[in-house]
Write a protein that binds this ligand. Sequence first.
Ligand SMILES: [Zn+2]
Length: 127
Amino acid sequence: MEDIYDKVNADYYKPAPRPTPPAKKCPKCNASFGLSFRSGIPNFCSICGTELNKYYSDLYSSYKKELKNHNTISRKLEMDFERDAKAYAGITDHPKADRCFSLAWEYGHSDGLSSVLDYLDELSELL
Ligand SMILES: [Zn+2]
């Protein structure tokens, strides 16, 4: 089995960057437009008159699709990591494996996945 630390170091479990919402700028004159709570996207650019509402709605719905896809992939990578980490620690079938993993995640996640593995390694000895 490939060493899980190698996979972590190679960013195997790291998702692509989160998509960013589309810029609120007119496609023709590049003027910024605001979003008002009451009226949403303005129908037309106040500078050049270009139609904005549909333009922005289309961009925004493809952004939402990308975001959903991104979240699905991120979640899958997290689940892959959890499965591989439990296997690495030899606790896959242990009744307290989930609790052990979530503690290791809580302690180590802010320092990266290899830190989660370090904690999991130590904590799993208690099982
Ligand atoms: Zn414009």
